[in-house]
Design a binder for this molecule. Sequence first.
Ligand SMILES: Cc1ncc(COP(=O)(O)O)c(C=O)c1O
Length: 396
Amino acid sequence: MSPVRPFLSSKLDGFGTTIFAEMSALAVATGAINLGQGFPDTDGPDVVLDTAIAQIRSGNNQYPPGRGEPGLRAAIAEHQQRFYGLTYDPDTEVLVTAGATEALAGALLGMLETGDEVIVFEPMYDSYQAGIALAGARAVPVLLRPVPGAGYGFHPEELNAAVTERTRMILLNTPHNPTGKVFTRDELQIIADVALAHDLWVVADEVYEHLVFAGHEHISIATLAGMADRTLVVSSGGKTFHTTGWKIGWACGPAEMVTATTTAKQFLTYVNGSPFQAAIAAGLGLPDQFFAGLAADLEAQRDLLEQGLRAAGFEVYRADGTYFTTVDIRPLRADGDGMAFCRELPGLIGVVAVPNQVFYMNPEHGRHLVRFACCKRPEVIAQAVERLRHLASGSR
Ligand SMILES: Cc1ncc(COP(=O)(O)O)c(C=O)c1O
């Protein structure tokens, strides 16, 4: 008898159910406050919501054009010009996708050959490794190390050492999930220099582009000299307009990169969300104050969360942007087992967090680190912080 062949393709060996599903289910089962998954608990701007409703009611419910609604592509190009001075042709250099996730998958599947290597900074958003594996390529990690009293950094020599003759691409995420790191201009220049020296492409995941706190600036690597020609910028409306369930994302870059991405993307979803595309176009056209206000509100929530985490006794690594703050749990739990800690926390004090080890190729690097999300209403964060205080006092 021939051996039973598993249903799951070997390409996806090791990719089980995501930790977010497990932790969100735990939150529901225990009634805990969910600071695990990164989605906001308030609605976005009225104009975005109202446009979607009006679009549905006026019959915009069929397939949009393959590359996306022209109005959204134009709005994306205008947004890139307004915030970064980057010029893209909406017809050939902009693609609308089913969230940033599909833009990333399309880019990886559309551009990589079997055996190519992709440099990734770890920890990393969990779809990267799976996307690279599905493309038959290999992820090569460069470690972002926490710096006590500050954020995260990398060693340039480790980045250089990661390049081989098989390296084809650097997959960069700034502002960065899960660390909250916003790459500085100097750091981006180091990455750009490596890309230029070795003729590498860059895929830049910028979904948190508008969630950057005072004293920090989101810089798109595509704005650095020589980089626009080799960079595909990926983003989405989910985080900016509190519409993570709509999954309207995009990719902008040189026409050939966008076409390669489109070629794969058209066989994944083909298209999605026509009424939501028009709504996100309306959101992208909002005045600068909207975008600034978004970051300011989130910063206050970040402060509340970080103070609470510090008061609870964790070592807190400063987040300069995004929804997330990471902590070292070892001051509170000597064995440093973040996975066990996150599984126990909901039952113990009614709060859900995510163990950072799932964001690492070598889970040991993140074993003692845990991520909390600050994208919840201030009163929800205050309640979570109150509960976390019980950890410090040892009471429940
Ligand atoms: C770094 C990063 N990239 C991409 C995504 C996915 O974005 P979307 O929901 O638009 O697919 C997320 C969502 O959490 C993320 O954190």
